[in-house]
Design a protein around this ligand. Structure first.
Ligand code: PHB
Length: 558
């Protein structure tokens, strides 16, 4: 059955601030604009300007929104809400590896999608994008009638579901409410419904659905349902191709046998997973984010019941499958009555469902910014934090990744001070002579580190550059031991640089962040004392964002 939409009678126990907070978050997430003026949000949500301000203060403090000047934007912390659904349903973790294996075997894109009302929500994609203009992100919503999985899900609709679908189409015939698909060219004539119902009938009879260019010219897909241990359809797996390589018939012929085997393996994975119920302490599961101190710190500007409601939502991420009220209360440290009121509100808004075995978080949660955030790259995540760091320390700051024997700059914010060295995004510098390079080399497994250091032939870029094998080895080891990189005029005369690691959710150093300054600015000790705490804080914030966004999506290094 499709997910229930809004309950007909709003229960009187709804938590108003949670309801309003989620309305604001939805409005910020909906796009197409990335930046939102509070006044515009008041107009789109119908809320008072003073309410918008209090909601914004709260959501900014919780890391769900951020500000740039007077504008409000989504912050990577909002991905934690979608992560709760993705962890709780277990589908990316259980089915993702099978989707990747199928994509490798067929050399075509493979995606997993779930029903969400009368739409289809994408959860994972193993991508081989070639001739296609379009690419979906985790969390994107498609109209059921414009993709292969939709026909499979609609095969189980009842008359009321079909009526809801018709009403949506009558209200939005051009699919403006689905920003991830190209709009229909004009008000479509009625065959849309007849054709969809044909495909639904076919899907019901054959158990297969085909998309022959429903989204855009050239795009083909064939999909099969995946059933849970109770026989109910949980999601659909699609193999996606292009008319330059296949007709819909040849795609089905080639893809169906391996697709069927993948579905069998996926159903086995779902079956095996029912034994696991609690994934307590799973990485990224961070309930109690609304630390008690915030209310005291921010007073009436902080909406505690909004913060608590989001805690309840995030707590689902620590439980695989349905969660009991008592469990959610324990995980959040909230009284049962408080957690229950949040759950009633979340149920009313279509974000959770209540059944005899407890509450289940629903894919609609992904509408709260997940799709947009899952598309962020490392530079996009890092830059706002670099801006804040530069404002604080008045020196230039950058993020770089290891690329062969070099570091490559992927984000940079320059201070207004004049520097000798002219670095822009894309600049490559030898890893051995830079603080960021030493951090990244120092984080490599011992054998790889030795292999890399053994391969390079260091050059004396200044009289101070460490060039001996032993000297470099020592410098890199010392960097790893003390947890920061320090390079004093080894790359360029007069240039001092301090760096620390940026880690992903698994604790791997995937990048480094540095502050570079003129060596004449103070003694090394003074620079270290003035800069290291701020630099570490910045690295911590970037790493936390990376962990939220990257938990179920690949973050491009830029
Ligand atoms: C996709 O994963 O991009 C996809 C899946 C099914 C479709 C179309 C596209 O019908």
């Amino acid at each position: 059955m499709p997910q229930p939409t809004e309950a007909p009678d709003p229960p009187d126990e709804l938590v108003g601030p949670l309801e309003r907070g989620l309305a604001v978050l939805r409005a910020v997430a909906a796009g197409p604009d990335v930046r939102h003026r509070p006044g515009d949000l008041a107009r789109t949500t119908g809320l008072a300007r003073s309410t918008i301000d209090r909601v914004a203060t709260t959501l900014v403090r919780l890391g769900v929104l951020r500000t740039e000047g007077r504008d409000l934007l989504l912050a990577p912390g909002a991905a934690g809400l979608g992560n709760a659904y993705l962890a709780s349903c277990g589908l990316p973790e259980l089915l993702g590896p099978h989707a990747v294996a199928l994509a490798d075997a067929l050399d075509e894109s493979v995606s997993v999608a779930v029903p969400d009302g009368d739409g289809v929500r994408f959860l994972t994609q193993a991508t081989r994008r070639r001739a296609m203009a379009i690419s979906f992100r985790t969390g994107d919503l498609l109209p059921a009638e414009r993709c292969a999985p939709g026909a499979l899900f609609a095969a189980r609709w009842d008359a009321a579901d079909l009526e809801r679908w018709r009403a949506r189409r009558a209200k939005d015939p051009l699919d403006a409410g689905f920003p991830s698909v190209p709009p229909r060219p004009s008000s479509p004539p009625d065959p849309v419904e007849a054709e969809f119902l044909d495909r639904v009938r076919e899907a019901r009879t054959t158990g297969i659905a085909v998309d022959d260019q429903l989204i855009e010219p050239g795009l083909l897909a064939v999909a099969l349902p995946v059933r849970g241990p109770d026989g109910a359809v949980v999601c659909a797996v699609s193999v996606v191709s292009h008319t330059s390589r296949h007709s819909s018939a040849s795609l089905a012929e080639q893809a169906l046998p391996p697709l069927r085997r993948a579905v069998t393996a996926m159903e086995g994975a779902l079956e095996g997973a029912t034994a696991v119920t609690a994934t307590d302490g799973a990485p990224g599961a961070s309930p109690a984010a609304s630390a008690p101190g915030l209310k005291e710190e921010l007073g009436s500007g902080f909406l505690q019941s909004l913060a608590r409601g989001l805690d309840v939502l995030r707590a689902f991420g620590s439980v695989r499958g349905p969660a009991r009220l008592s469990e959610l209360a324990r995980l959040t440290g909230l009284p049962r009555a408080t957690a229950r009121r949040s759950l009633i509100t979340l149920r009313h808004l279509g974000y959770v469902r209540e059944e005899s075995d407890g509450f289940t978080v629903l894919p609609r949660v992904l509408e709260l910014g997940y799709a947009r955030l899952s598309g962020l790259s490392l530079p996009e995540i890092a830059t706002p934090h670099l801006v804040a760091l530069v404002l604080r320390v008045h020196e230039s700051a950058s993020v770089a990744v290891l690329d062969g024997d070099d570091i490559r700059y992927v984000a940079r914010v320059a201070s207004t001070r004049i520097m000798h060295i002219d670095i822009t995004v894309g600049t490559r510098l030898p890893a051995y002579a830079t603080s960021m390079g030493r951090v990244l080399l120092g984080a490599l497994p011992a054998a790889e580190r030795a292999e890399r250091l053994g391969r390079i032939t260091p050059e004396a870029l200044t009289p101070r550059t460490v060039t001996s094998r032993e000297g470099l080895d020592e410098a890199v080891t010392a960097t790893a031991v003390r947890g920061y990189g320090w390079v004093e005029q080894e790359l360029e005369e007069g240039l001092r640089s301090l760096a620390v690691a940026v880690t992903d959710g698994a604790g791997r150093a995937v990048a480094a962040v540095n502050v570079a300054l003129h060596a004449g600015r103070g003694t090394p000790e003074e620079s270290l004392a003035a800069l290291l705490p701020a630099l570490r804080e910045t690295a911590g914030l970037i790493s936390a964002d990376l962990s939220s966004v990257g938990r179920f999506s690949r973050v491009s290094p830029g």
